[in-house]
Each structure stands twice: as structure tokens, then as C-alpha cells.
Design a protein around this ligand. Structure first.
Ligand code: URA
Ligand code: ZN
Length: 361
């Protein structure tokens, strides 16, 4: 049975150059007051602080595709569907975004072509560019042999994913059968984590900020009727849907009890969260424990859930540790959640991705 990793990132060389040329988030640099820390990757506003020694170490595992393949070999992963890591191209000026997206997508397509049958990819959109340039890039990506969709964050064109201005983009993705891999980056306002937040490393923004950001983004898409207008739009939601499987019932109940929505006629003929979870949503299995994974499987069905690692993030902290704890936690969760159905566990580990993403395995 093939093992496929659908949630695994890379910063191609062109993107590394861009990060190294910057001094505001996102950026890469070393700090003269802390030379032992080496190059640091600073991408989240919450990690641009002294207490986190500014960001995180960045080594070649972030950009050297050979390291990705070595990691795959080490962990028995046959195929990876690679994606640019956050914050993608969200921060680029409108004039240069489309050309940069083309260069980065070409870089990634080339990496896949050089490792036939081992690498596929989700492309990157120049979301700060004029809409017609974004739509053109979707068409170009759809013609590339190894592209299987696009990775986007939750900011859309700057106003989130419930922005009606995104409709031509959703229409193009739907038309070309390109899946959206929806991934968080911005988290929640740092104020919600309180004045001691930086005492706790990156735990609060990553463990809670990320999944809540995702849940809010998807709920806003739902409330704005995205899936009523685009009934065939497919979205792979990162981190097992944030907290969507757990909160779907509450979201559904709040909608059904909302007098304002009723008075607007928004409750008539609407599609329910449960329907969308089963027909438009795919979930990765990057949730690190069987309890959350069971909720994902219950919400969308085991045949819509796909294994992922989030490599190269969450490396082991001990030096020389070859097996990554983060990978083991995710694969153990699959085996444990589906202990009574090993064939379903195999499907989550790889067969689903081969079918859904039409991979040559
Ligand atoms: N941290 C990030 O910034 N991105 C990821 O994908 C995982 C952890
Ligand atoms: Zn990720």
C-alpha cells in the first residue's frame, strides 16, 4: 500500500532569496547578538520577539529537495504532495506577484519532474495581483503535469475567504477541478494569548491560533454561501479541519437559531455544514492523536481523510534523532483511530490520496 504525505512544505530557492532580502516579517537572517543561533526563519508576527530568539532555526531541510526525499525514505513515505509553506506570496506587491508566482510554480514543477512518481505539488497563487492574473495562473497550473491544486491561506484578497470578490477565483478552481489546500498562517490576535504568551514559546499560536483561524475562515465561507454558489468546489482543510469536525454541530445549531439569518431568507435551501463536510471537504490527518482524528473521520468519512506530516516543521528536538516524533504521532493516530479496520487505515495513509489527487503510484 502506498504511503502518501499530502501536507509537506518546501521553500523553493527563489522564495528563499526573497526571504533573505527582507527585514520585516516574513524574513530570514542571522542575529549578531546571537551568532550561535545561525539563520532564523521569522514568519509569524508572534515569533518576531526576543523571547523566541526570533523565529526558528532554518536549515536545508526547508529548501533542499534531497532532504525531503531522505525524510520520505526514513519514514516509509512513497509520495509527497509538496506545497510552498506560509505565508506564501500574500505579502508581495501587486505588480510583481504574478511573475514571482510563475517562477515559484515553475521551480516546484521542475522539482516534481526530477523525481517522477515521488513528488506532486499544490501550486501557489499571486493573491495580491489583479484577479485576472490570479485566474490566469490557475489555468497555467492546471496544465502542469504534477500540480494537483493550490495552497492558500485564510486572508484571500485581504478581507478573508467570504469576500465575494473571490468568486472568479473559486469559479476558475472549480472549472479546472483544482483542489484548494487551505492552510492557516495568521492565527488569532496576540492579545487573546495574554501578556505571558511569549513565556510559552510558539505553543499558543500554533496549537490554538492556527486551528481556530482555519475554523473561522471555513465557517465564514460557509455563511457567505460559497458552497451554495460553487457546489463542486473542493477544499482540503489543514490540521484535520482545525476544530471544524468538533464544532460543526454547534455551528449548525447557531445558524438554525439565528433570527437575523432567518429574516434575510438565508436559511432557506442552504446546504448544511454536514453536507459540505461530506461532499466538498477533505481533511488531512495532521492532528497528532486518535481522538481528533476520529472526529475528522466521523465528520467527512474515512475515505476523505489523508495522511500528512507538516515536514519540515516540528522536527525532533533531540540531536541526531532520525525518527520524527511528529510523524509517529500522526501515523500512530491513524492506526489507533482505525484499529478495527486496517484497510481503512491504509486508505488514510495513502490510497485515498492516490484516488482523490489522481496520483500515479
Ligand atoms: N508552523 C508554521 O508556520 N507552518 C506550518 O505549516 C507548521 C508550523
Ligand atoms: Zn503546514
Amino acid at each position: 500500500m502506498p504511503v502518501v504525505d499530502v501536507h509537506t512544505h518546501v521553500y523553493p530557492p527563489k522564495y528563499m532569496d526573497l526571504l533573505r532580502s527582507r527585514t520585516a516579517v516574513p524574513y530570514i537572517r542571522s542575529f549578531p547578538d546571537n551568532p550561535d543561533a545561525g539563520d532564523r526563519l521569522v514568519i509569524l508576527p508572534a515569533e518576531d520577539t526576543e523571547s523566541t530568539s526570533r523565529g526558528r532555526p532554518i536549515g536545508s531541510e526547508y529548501f533542499d529537495i534531497k532532504q525531503k526525499l531522505a525524510f520520505m525514505d526514513q519514514h516509509g513515505i512513497d509520495i509527497s504532495v509538496i506545497s510552498l509553506a506560509n505565508p506564501w506570496l500574500d505579502w508581495l506587491p501587486a505588480e510583481s506577484a504574478a511573475a514571482t508566482a510563475r517562477e515559484i510554480n515553475d521551480d516546484v514543477e521542475r522539482m516534481c519532474a526530477e523525481h517522477e512518481r515521488r513528488l506532486y505539488a499544490f501550486g501557489t497563487l499571486p493573491l495580491s495581483a489583479p484577479i485576472k492574473e490570479v485566474v490566469a495562473e490557475i489555468g497555467r497550473l492546471a496544465s502542469m503535469k504534477h500540480m494537483r491544486g493550490v495552497i492558500i491561506g485564510t486572508s484571500g484578497l485581504g478581507s478573508g475567504l467570504d469576500d465575494p470578490k473571490l468568486d472568479p477565483i473559486f469559479a476558475a478552481l472549480e472549472k479546472h477541478g483544482q483542489l484548494i489546500f487551505l492552510h492557516p498562517h495568521y492565527g488569532l490576535p496576540t492579545s487573546v494569548f495574554g501578556p505571558r504568551a511569549s513565556d510559552y514559546g510558539h505553543v499558543l499560536p500554533l496549537a490554538l491560533g492556527f486551528p481556530l483561524e482555519t475554523t473561522i475562515a471555513v465557517t465564514r465561507m460557509l455563511l457567505s454561501g460559497v458552497w451554495d454558489r460553487f457546489q463542486n468546489l473542493n477544499v482540503l482543510i489543514a490540521h484535520s479541519g482545525g476544530t471544524l469536525p468538533f464544532l460543526a454541530g454547534r455551528i449548525e445549531s447557531c445558524i438554525a437559531h439565528d433570527g437575523h439569518l432567518k429574516s434575510q431568507g438565508a436559511l432557506e435551501g442552504r446546504r448544511s455544514v454536514w453536507d459540505i463536510l461530506k461532499r466538498n471537504v477533505y481533511l488531512d490527518a495532521v492532528i497528532y492523536a486518535d481522538v481528533g482524528l476520529k472526529a475528522a473521520i466521523e465528520a467527512s468519512g474515512f475515505d476523505r481523510v489523508m495522511f500528512g506530516t507538516d515536514h519540515p516543521f516540528f522536527p525532533p528536538l533531540g540531536e541526531g534523532e532520525k525518527e520524527w516524533l511528529s510523524v509517529k504521532m500522526n501515523s500512530d493516530a491513524v492506526r489507533s483511530a482505525l484499529s478495527d479496520d486496517p484497510s481503512a487505515a491504509d486508505a488514510v495513509m495513502g490510497r485515498n490520496a492516490v484516488r482523490i489527487l489522481k496520483l500515479d503510484s
